[in-house]
Design a protein around this ligand. Structure first.
Ligand SMILES: NC(=O)c1ccc[n+]([C@@H]2O[C@H](COP(=O)([O-])OP(=O)(O)OC[C@H]3O[C@@H](n4cnc5c(N)ncnc54)[C@H](O)[C@@H]3O)[C@@H](O)[C@H]2O)c1
Length: 508
């Protein structure tokens, strides 16, 4: 299916944040663009704002002045919907209210030609419902851009139940022709990104509620160990707590209060108090002029042990550690014990040092144990989080801190939270992604692309799951579920199936 040719006009209805961005994208792609807004004067104002943004691109040398002049000449604010009659595509970006969108598309149907493609930029309403009252619902598709639309490449192309395949294909091809990276997804709550990203925020908020660590430490661990560009606290302060919570709540409602999507009480309190983040001057952090940013908890320098004994086989995620430890001049000898429960290092005082497996370090037996967190890559990460059981000697805890410091890492010693920080976040991201893939929400490649481009994750969740091993993720989550019964951490059926297939070495 071919894209809509650039000579055909594109209309954008709703000239707010998203409408302006989408209009700019279509304009730069060469289309004549009509801009309409229900608020009198808003479309003209928006057209001036778009022209101003193009001016800045020219000033930065990213756009020739002639191209800007031609683009501005192609942009036309219109005062009536009737002015959109010759459009080949209408993209709607009005308020997020179902009845407003439905009414608008009904009116548009009376104005545009029968072959005009209709698109909604809704982030949370079902595309199927938006198209419900239309005479010809087959031509309505979801085109979910991300903010700021001119900069972010991802576009989710959502096919509602009534959407014609040809309409979805044409929307996909058009987004690609506009220089975007489109992904196809089914009409399910939150589409890909807003559905799969929920645990990134929720796990950190839960860890705060459980007093595992403070926001600065949790942010630092997810950034410097997990490889995420921003931590959940600083990111939601940027997005706005109200905006982020509204997405969480809408996905939670849409999934009939499924425990995997439970919103956070701590975030609710912020929203209720009007502590919305940067825009209100305070959220998780104080953003007042001159306010000091809290530092993450970082352990003071300690001495590394001279040698360690490795028992059993470390899980794939931690398999590189013996090599790194030896490269740091610490001898690693092989011990006899270990096996079923995964490998561990014996610390000089007798405590077992192991990658978290979803249980707390204390476990059921309360034996001396130190658990370290998952890292995106132990070779390059700047920080590692760890926790010790109460039975661990201070000397063994200090030796572990010294060990990771000898590998060049900062160390955050946190409270003994099951599954620590990065591991439990990533395990849930993997689980939700496997579940979405299993349910046909989107293809595996599109899921990983969406999470890398839509929310800037360092690795697609399915790829991450493959690196960790489905069996490891399944066991990790089963352990988490026994720590916190209630279904939030229960491994999804597609993840369990993948783990079983892999363990039995059947082709997947
Ligand atoms: N802001 C984001 O980060 C973001 C990201 C992706 C998708 N979205 C979705 O995009 C849509 C618009 O969001 P926004 O942030 O740009 O909102 P906004 O409030 O900035 O703009 C909405 C505009 O629509 C106009 N409008 C309202 N009702 C109208 C009608 N019946 N006809 C014509 N114009 C009308 C308003 O006057 C306003 O100018 C929503 O569906 C939202 O869920 C937003």
């Amino acid at each position: 299916m071919t894209a809509i040719e650039p000579e055909h006009p594109v209309a954008v209805v709703g000239a707010g944040t998203m409408g302006q961005g989408i209009a700019q994208v279509a304009l730069v792609a060469g289309h004549p663009v009509r801009l309409y807004d229900a608020l009198p004067g808003r479309a003209e104002e928006a057209a001036r704002a778009v022209a101003g943004r193009l001016d800045r691109l020219v000033a930065k040398g990213r756009m020739p002045a002639e191209a800007r002049d031609a683009a501005v000449a192609r942009l036309r604010p219109v005062a009536e919907l009737a002015g959109l009659a010759d459009s080949a595509l209408v993209v709607e970006a009005v308020v997020e209210l179902l009845d407003v969108k439905q009414r608008l598309f009904r009116e548009l149907e009376e104005v545009v030609a029968d072959d005009c493609l209709l698109a909604t930029n809704t982030s949370s309403l079902p595309v199927t419902a938006v198209a419900g009252p239309l005479r010809r619902p087959g031509r309505l598709v979801g085109l979910h851009f991300f903010n700021p639309a001119p900069l972010l490449p991802l576009v989710e192309v959502v096919r509602g139940h009534a959407t014609d395949e040809a309409a979805a294909d044409r929307a996909y091809a058009t987004a690609a022709a506009w220089g975007k990276t489109p992904v196809r997804c089914a009409d399910t709550p939150g589409f890909i990104v807003n559905r799969l990203a929920r645990p990134f925020y929720a796990e950190a908020f839960r860890l705060l509620e459980e007093r595992a660590a403070d926001p600065a430490t949790l942010d630092a661990v997810l950034r410097e160990s997990g490889g995420f560009a921003m931590g959940p606290f600083e990111l939601t302060d940027l997005i706005g707590q109200d905006v982020n919570e509204a997405v969480t709540r809408s996905v939670y409602e849409a999934f009939f209060h499924h425990p995997k999507f439970t919103p956070s009480l701590a975030q609710r309190r912020l929203v209720e108090a009007g502590l919305l983040g940067r825009k209100s001057g305070r959220g998780w952090y104080d953003h007042a002029e001159g306010a000091a940013r809290p530092e993450p908890d970082t352990a003071a320098p300690e001495k590394a042990p001279g040698a360690l004994v490795l028992h059993g086989v470390l899980p794939p995620a931690a398999a590189v550690l013996p090599e790194l430890i030896e490269a740091a001049g610490i001898a690693v000898t092989r011990g006899e014990a270990g096996g079923a429960d995964g490998g561990y290092f014996a610390l000089p005082g007798g405590a077992r040092l192991a990658l978290t497996d979803g249980r707390s370090a204390t476990g059921d037996a309360g034996e001396p144990a130190v658990r370290f967190d998952l890292a995106l890559d132990y070779r390059s990460c700047a920080r590692v989080a760890l926790a010790a059981s109460p039975g661990t000697s201070p000397a063994d805890l200090r030796a572990t801190v010294g060990l990771f410091q000898a590998l060049g890492k900062k160390v955050s010693v946190v409270a003994d939270a099951p599954g620590l920080i990065v591991a439990r976040t990533v395990a849930l991201l993997v689980d939700l992604a496997e579940d979405a893939a299993g349910r046909g929400v989107a293809g595996p490649e599109d899921i990983d692309t969406a999470m890398r481009l839509g929310v800037n994750y360092p690795r697609g969740p399915l790829e991450w799951g493959r690196e960790l091993g489905a069996a490891w993720v399944r066991r990790f989550l089963a352990n988490m579920e026994s720590e916190y019964p209630g279904g939030r951490y229960a491994p999804s059926q597609p993840l369990r199936r993948r783990a079983a297939v892999k363990e039995n070495l059947l082709p997947s």
